[in-house]
Structure formats: C-alpha cells, structure tokens
Design a protein around this ligand. Structure first.
Ligand SMILES: [Zn+2]
Length: 258
C-alpha cells in the first residue's frame, strides 16, 4: 500500500490531471486503466417490462461480470470476458422484460462501478456498489453472468455455482444447470457446484453462471455468436420462470456480512 501511495505522489501532475474522471459515460469505447472514467454518480440501469408475461410483477437483477478496467478472462479471439458477459446479459434483459419482468442491471455498458482513485481495492468497491444497486432496487433474484477458462482446452460446457449454505441458490442453480445442459450440451452430466462468490452472498436467490469456456476454441466461437447468446438467455429465462412458478420455493440464506 505504501508503494502505491508513493507512486501516486510521485506521478507527474500532468498525468494525474489527465487521469481525473470527468463524468460518468455509459456504453463508452473499451476503457483501459489509465483513462477509465469513474461513475460519479453511478445509477441503476433499470429496464421496465416491454410486454405482459409469465414474469409480470417480478424484479430480477442481472450482473454482467467484470467491466471497465476489469476485463476478466481473455478469449482466444482477443476479446475480454467482460464483452461476452455484457452481450449475453443484454440478450437476457431483452427476453426477461418481454416476459413482463422489471430488470436491474449492475452495468449495461463497458464500465465498472469503482472510483478511479484510489487504485487499490477497486474490485471490492465495484462489487459492493453492485450489491447496493441490486438490493436497493428490490431484486427478488440475481443471476451473475461470467465465462470460464481452464488450462486444458478440451474443457467445455456451462457451469453454474451457488452458495453452499443457501437452499434457494442450490435449487435455482440446479434448474439453470439442467436447462443450460439441455439447450447447449445435452451430453453433459455436469451439475451445479458450490462456489464462494460475492454475488451469491446477498440474501436473495442467486446463481453465478459460467456460460462456457473461453479456453475452448469451438465454444469461444459459439459464445461470440448472437444466436448462441440468445439460446443461453432463453435457457436462463426458462429457469427463472420455473423458479417463480414453484408453490413453496426454498428460502435464501441471510445476507452474509462480508
Ligand atoms: Zn468472470
């Protein structure tokens, strides 16, 4: 931490001045650490229903993983994970609002919710602000969209994660995993797994969805394809619809104090 403070103090004033955030701009061109424009103030991208449907009256949160300075994993085509996450999240938002849902997105462009300075603990600040948007907006359910990677290129297929002690998350993640397997990879026997992720700790039913592996060239090409992205979205919508159609859904574990 001392080293970071020293670097900032030692930076030429011209560099520091040019790096000062001006205003919050959504849907900006790809941003890099040094020209990142911080969200001040940040707002909830809220999408209202476009039609009546099975999800009328529901409020659902979509967290497109990473964004802005945080690219996540890098795909074989040179695209950052944040790009696939956003495209799939926007497709999901379109399908959910068409089924009557109100959708809260933690981001709807290429940005993070962290301040430009200080440069430390940005990930933490980004995640806490995402949580704030989701909970303040009254979301009843949260899906976080990510892509996987692995050192073995042969690894492929969707993988869903839930919080270990959350009965709701476990049941919801199982639904999503089943529907994604059926839609994308019927031969897969993969089951939803326990995973320790911040977005699964908020006290509402939630799942973190790794849609596929960027380290597998065939799957990476699929994940870039808008028709394939819409198929992912429709399997998630099916799962969410099935979730809310339950008579007695299992309860979510209380929010974790992190
Ligand atoms: Zn990720």
């Amino acid at each position: 931490m001392l080293a970071v403070a020293w670097l900032l103090a030692a930076a030429p004033s011209a560099i520091r001045a040019s790096a000062t955030p001006t205003e919050y701009t959504k849907n900006q061109a790809p941003v890099y650490d040094d020209d990142f424009i911080g969200p001040a103030p940040y707002k909830t991208p809220l999408y209202l229903p476009t039609a009546d449907g099975a999800l009328s009256g529901r409020i659902i949160a979509i967290d497109a993983g990473h964004g802005g300075y945080d690219g996540g994993a890098k795909g074989g085509a040179g695209l950052w994970e944040k790009t696939y996450n956003l495209q799939i999240s926007l497709a999901l938002k379109d399908q959910l609002t068409a089924q009557g849902a109100t959708v809260i997105m933690t981001r709807d462009g290429d940005y993070s919710l962290a301040d430009f300075r200080p440069a430390i603990r940005k990930k933490r600040q980004d995640m806490e602000r995402r949580a704030q948007l989701v909970l303040a907006g009254g979301a009843e359910l949260l899906v976080s969209i990510h892509q996987n990677e692995y050192r073995k290129a042969s690894e492929h297929g969707p993988q869903v994660f839930y919080r270990a002690d959350c009965a709701a998350g476990k049941a919801f993640a199982a639904l999503v995993q089943t529907n994604l397997n059926a839609e994308l990879l019927p031969s897969s026997h993969r089951k939803a797994n326990v995973g320790d992720f911040y977005t699964n700790s908020l006290g509402i039913p939630s799942a973190l969805i790794e849609c596929g592996f960027l380290s597998n060239p065939t799957e990476e090409a699929n994940l870039r394809d808008s028709a394939y992205q819409r198929r992912i979205a429709s399997a998630i919508v099916k799962s969410i619809t099935e979730w809310f159609a339950q008579e007695n859904p299992p309860a979510a574990a209380a929010r974790e104090n992190r």
